[in-house]
Design a protein around this ligand. Structure first.
Ligand code: C5P
Length: 226
């Protein structure tokens, strides 16, 4: 049997990364963090000092860029990301990159390159891919599609918890809520492959569920889809 492709989409901070990483680990599947790829390109564009709206210069830069992802064996660690050989694992998680990423992810040349790369990772199956357009665009034939959601408040609280764990003490919850809502707005109203629930995706609201409960539910869906 061909190994499954599982698509996990949803807005920022709904728990996609934590859940996908855990599932991939438990099921022995490859974990693909597609947001990390858009973040890597955003970092590159900023590092080169290219204006975010210079789509031509960005396209040229993206075309020649190499991006490598290597998932960590440690469940707590995010994927290691290299762009043009340089390790940018930490840099791609900064607030500056988070703030700009939606503008870069809306551009045609960027999406064309990254979607192709994602599809190469998925060729053999046996993959859990998380992002915004996995079920609607990257792997439309996925064996299972999940659309993870949570209220803006719940998502902002989780982000603040994560930031605190990273040592951040100066956290403004209302501002976090605004930033999350703004990123959702940009991601779901863009022209190309906007954030949207696929018609055949199962929606799962994680407001009142623990990580373990969400993981268990998805495992049941996977078992049911086989
Ligand atoms: O998931 P994460 O927050 O790391 O994603 C960062 C950004 O990358 C999203 O806000 C979105 O603009 C973009 N993205 C995308 N398509 C994906 C994954 C991420 O446009 N499949």
């Amino acid at each position: 049997v061909k190994k499954p492709i599982i698509a996990i989409d949803g807005p920022a901070g709904a728990g996609k990364s934590t859940i996908s990483r855990k599932l991939a680990h438990e099921l022995g599947l490859l974990y693909l963090d597609t947001g990390a790829m858009y973040r890597a390109i955003t970092w590159l564009v900023m590092d080169k000092g290219i204006p975010l709206d210079d789509t031509h210069a960005i396209a040229l830069e993206v075309e020649k860029a190499t991006i490598e992802l290597s998932p960590s064996d440690d469940l707590k660690l995010p994927v290691t990301v290299r762009v043009n050989q340089r390790d940018v694992t930490k840099e791609i998680r900064t607030p500056a990159v988070t703030k700009n990423v939606s503008h870069i992810a809306a551009q045609k040349a960027v999406r064309a390159k990254l979607v192709k790369l994602q599809q190469v990772y998925g060729k053999q199956g046996g993959i859990i891919a998380e992002g915004r357009d996995i079920g609607t665009n990257v792997f439309t034939n996925a064996n299972l599609k999940i659309f993870l959601t949570a209220s803006v408040n719940a998502r902002a609280k989780r982000r603040s918890h994560d930031l605190r764990q990273q040592g951040e003490t100066n956290i403004d919850l209302p501002q976090l809520e605004k930033d999350i809502a703004q990123r959702d707005f940009l991601d779901s109203t863009r022209e190309l492959a906007p954030l949207q629930q696929a018609p055949d995706a199962i929606a799962l609201n994680t407001d009142n569920l623990s990580i373990e409960e969400v993981t268990e539910k998805i495992k049941q869906f996977i078992a049911g889809s086989e």
